[in-house]
Design a protein around this ligand. Structure first.
Ligand SMILES: Cc1ncc(COP(=O)(O)O)c(C=O)c1O
Length: 458
């Protein structure tokens, strides 16, 4: 029976059985077989509470999306108000709702300096990427250059889980189980200072990696390359911050060969990196932007693909092949749009990008100090409120620890009061952008306690 509190099964054993009826994304079933999921019953601000009543700082910010914090009354009011008008109506065949129109206008205004002109909504980040890829293919057909079909992405990139995005993902772990994938998807080196075979100098590395992109475009034949797609700061790859000049160099290379630049801002959009958008932070105007996550702060699933004026112009006056034979039942979902509008209000009013920059810089510096004390930490890096502890078994050789070490540390941090995310050999930290100094200090203390406990046990 459904219960309003969400704990459908009454006793622990029955609950454990029930909890294994759902498959958990990015989880190894064998490792999880005898484990209990963390079952979160409620949230408030940066805090979450599990079904046993234990409170934690949500140092994951959900999944890097809960930017304005949990259980905001303003969001609740906006959702109820929209629900009382209409909860759902599609945007197929030229229908709309006032909120979808308002949000499209708001997003275009917000990205005025990037010259974004059109919006196609979806249900999340993977949709936003898939839409970008299909818009790109259609753009080239409309422009009379149908041979431009290939996509280039970066090693360590993550572009979601649809087959298009999966084909562009730079970690084999995200691709292998689903091969064969989309033809004509290629990867080039990511400018990752900590792990690369080329250079320890950031600007030299940026130049080398931009040249490698250029070389791949030439190698494929520029007339076959549709777009280069990248995250302004790589997320799932390990919070990899490129050198300052990398994106500018990439823009130049793309312009030289008429290759579109798609910025996958699913994580970096709306303040997470300490600026409104990652590409803006790097001083670059992409041709297409993929947005999701922080757009609604996770309250309702919603994604958006923004298309620049230059690209959108190809649709104007096109006599055939211009129909948007793409879109989702939930494109422009009114509840998602209502949530997004109020989340944008909060983000602006509370200047959350600036808070992310301030709190992130301070927390990063504190965590970097831990490196002096614990040999397991190879590097602590990040931008804004995206912080990653890169764990190594050998500091000199920078050999990643086994994923079980990161999982154990995350468990210890959770026992000490903060839910951080273990991923491969990383511990990643990405709380709500509303976080204050003392809450950041709680995250720090929980992480420090986890390392101390681990050290004692070894
Ligand atoms: C850069 C990037 N693109 C796309 C996605 C996919 O988004 P979603 O999980 O909402 O489908 C993610 C998810 O983490 C992401 O980090």
């Amino acid at each position: 029976m459904h219960t309003a509190t969400g704990t459908a099964a009454p006793d622990k054993q029955a609950r454990q059985h029930a909890s294994h009826l759902q498959w958990y994304p990015m989880t190894e079933p064998a490792e999880f077989a005898n484990a209990d999921p963390l079952i979160i019953a409620s949230g408030d601000g940066v805090w979450i509470t599990d079904i046993a009543g234990k409170r934690y700082v949500d140092a994951r910010g959900g999944l890097l999306n809960v930017n304005v914090g949990h259980r905001r009354p303003e969001v609740r009011a906006a959702l109820i108000s929209q629900f009382d008008r209409i909860a759902y109506y599609p945007s197929f065949d030229g229908t709309a709702t006032p909120v979808s129109i308002e949000l499209a206008e708001r997003l275009v205004t917000l990205t005025g300096q990037e010259h974004m002109a059109r919006v196609l909504f979806g249900s999340g980040g993977s949709d936003a990427v898939e839409t970008a890829l299909k818009i790109t293919r259609q753009y080239w057909k409309l422009s009379g250059k149908a041979s431009r079909t290939k996509f280039i992405s970066l090693r360590n990139a993550y572009h979601g889980t649809h087959l298009g995005g999966t084909s562009l993902n730079g970690n084999a772990a995200f691709r292998q189980a689903y091969e064969p994938l989309l033809a004509g998807c290629l990867q080039v080196e990511t400018p990752w200072l900590y792990r690369n075979p080329f250079s320890n100098d950031p600007e030299e590395l940026a130049a080398i990696c931009a040249r490698l992109l250029e070389r791949e475009i030439l190698n494929q034949g520029p007339e076959t390359v549709a777009a280069f797609i990248a995250e302004p700061v790589q997320g799932a790859g390990g919070y990899i911050v490129p050198p300052q000049s990398y994106w500018k160099r990439v823009r130049e290379v793309c312009d030289r060969y008429d290759v579109l630049l798609i910025a996958d801002e699913v994580i970096t959009g709306f303040g997470r990196v300490g600026a409104w958008f990652g590409s803006r932070m790097w001083g670059v105007k992409p041709d297409i932007m993929c947005l999701a996550k922080g757009l609604t702060s996770g309250y309702v699933p919603l994604g958006a693909t923004l298309i620049s004026q230059r690209i959108a112009a190809a649709w104007e006056g096109a006599s055939s092949g211009a129909a948007h034979m793409h879109g989702y039942s939930y494109s422009g979902h009114p509840l998602g749009c209502a949530a997004a509008l109020v989340v944008l209000d909060i983000t602006e009013r509370e200047n959350l990008p600036a808070n992310a920059a301030r709190q992130g810089e301070r927390l990063l510096a504190r965590l970097q100090d831990l490196k002096e004390r614990f040999g397991l930490i190879g590097e602590v890096r990040g931008k804004g409120l995206m912080i990653c502890l890169d764990l190594v078994s050998d500091r000199r050789a920078r050999i990643p620890v086994d994923a079980s070490v990161a999982r154990r540390l995350a468990e210890l941090a959770r026992n000490a009061g903060a839910v951080v995310r273990p991923a491969a050999n990383y511990i990643v930290i990405s709380p709500a952008l509303t976080i204050n100094e003392s809450e950041c200090d709680l995250i720090f203390s929980a992480v420090e306690a986890a390392f101390l406990t681990m050290e004692k046990a070894n």
